[in-house]
Design a protein around this ligand. Structure first.
Ligand code: NAP
Length: 312
């Protein structure tokens, strides 16, 4: 008799998040069998080369057959189509989940396609990097990071509890909230910051008075840190903005108002307003470090003097 919490986990999509899950399921013995499926044959072959799973399938329905846990690890905009593909093959009692960065839209897309005999528990690990694909995953990705579950009303609490334990097994701390609240919170902590990064890097790239080579050469003065975020996967992030439209627009409106206040302070030489804000924001950074969500080392622990010269 097996002691693993799940007999067969099907991972649909094997990019950064899917492959990081595969590493965790293997390392922490969270399932006896890992079935992997993805859209492109090249990606599936690479997953097999890396030894991420126990079986590999180009047909998603075949991968989910017999699985007691199914996790969609595909871009948010693909969740509806994938749920249609797998619906008829899902085992009664299986937990169906996802890792999408937007929750309301994923629920709207998937729920109508899913049979009544499964437990649908959407999830979102708040952990990532700017890398994508099956090579990008690593076991420590979810360690001490939050994972948010957004079960729909009427979900069996035991299924929620089982998925909670699964994510805890990957090293995460788990919180449960509504999809609507999740989408608002994530709009301000993740989606708007990504939009700002994409925008500032785009603006710098389009400048005529400052050359591209100057932007690159002097990037260590701040710009460089935005470029990491702006290097994130274009498909994933296009889908995030298209599927969390309302919450992003609401947070963006607040952001624009506050930006106008700063603009006015600069125009009128109002140093107090600037100083007061910059003092408050420093405290937020300290809070993030104290909560163990980032390193306390200066400059994110970059090893100065080893790589290319840093300018300040
Ligand atoms: P990724 O590295 O780009 O991997 C995406 C995977 O989905 C690939 O295996 C890709 O397969 C597959 N895929 C794409 N479109 C598909 C479709 N229409 N049907 C079936 N498979 C499809 O992406 P990721 O970073 O792992 O992100 C996956 C999900 O996690 C997204 O919903 C994202 O919102 C969420 N998420 C991401 C992060 C992050 O920082 N990256 C953090 C938390 C949550 P092929 O190569 O075969 O096309």
């Amino acid at each position: 008799m097996s002691e693993a919490p799940f007999a067969r986990v099907a991972l649909i999509g094997i990019g950064l998040i899917g492959s990081s899950l595969a590493h965790n399921i293997r390392a922490h013995r969270l399932a006896d069998h890992i079935a992997i499926t993805t859209r492109r044959a090249e990606t599936l072959a690479r997953a097999a080369e890396l030894g991420l799973g126990d079986s590999y399938h180009l047909d998603a329905a075949e991968a989910v057959r017999g699985a007691d846990l199914v996790i969609l690890c595909v871009p948010v905009g693909s969740c509806g189509a994938v749920s249609k593909e797998i619906a008829a093959a899902l085992e009664p009692g299986a937990i169906v989940s996802d890792v999408g960065s937007v929750k309301g839209s994923v629920i709207q897309q998937m729920q109508p396609n899913l049979p009544a005999h499964i437990h649908f528990v959407p999830a979102h690990p708040i952990a990532g990097t700017e890398q994508s694909g099956p090579d990008a995953g690593f076991r420590e990705l979810f360690e001490n990071r939050w994972c948010i579950l957004t079960p729909v009303e009427g979900t069996d609490p035991q299924a929620v509890e089982r998925l909670k334990r699964f994510w805890e097994g990957c090293g995460s701390n788990v919180e449960v909230m509504t999809a609507e609240h999740h989408d608002l919170v994530l709009a301000i902590v993740s989606h708007v910051p990504h939009l700002i990064a994409y925008n500032i890097v785009g603006t710098a790239a389009d400048l005529e008075t400052v050359t591209q080579s100057e932007v690159v050469k002097f990037s260590a003065s701040g710009f460089r840190d935005f470029t990491r975020i702006a290097a994130s996967d274009p498909t994933m992030w296009r889908d995030v903005f298209l599927h969390n439209r309302e919450a992003v627009l609401e947070m963006l409106a607040r952001f624009s108002e506050d930006l106008a206040t700063l603009q006015r302070a600069i125009r009128w030489g109002d140093g107090d307003t600037l100083f007061e804000l910059f003092t408050r924001t420093r405290a937020i950074r300290r809070g993030i470090v104290e909560a163990g969500q980032d390193t306390a080392q200066p400059d994110f622990g970059r090893e100065h003097g080893r790589g290319p010269k840093d300018e300040t």
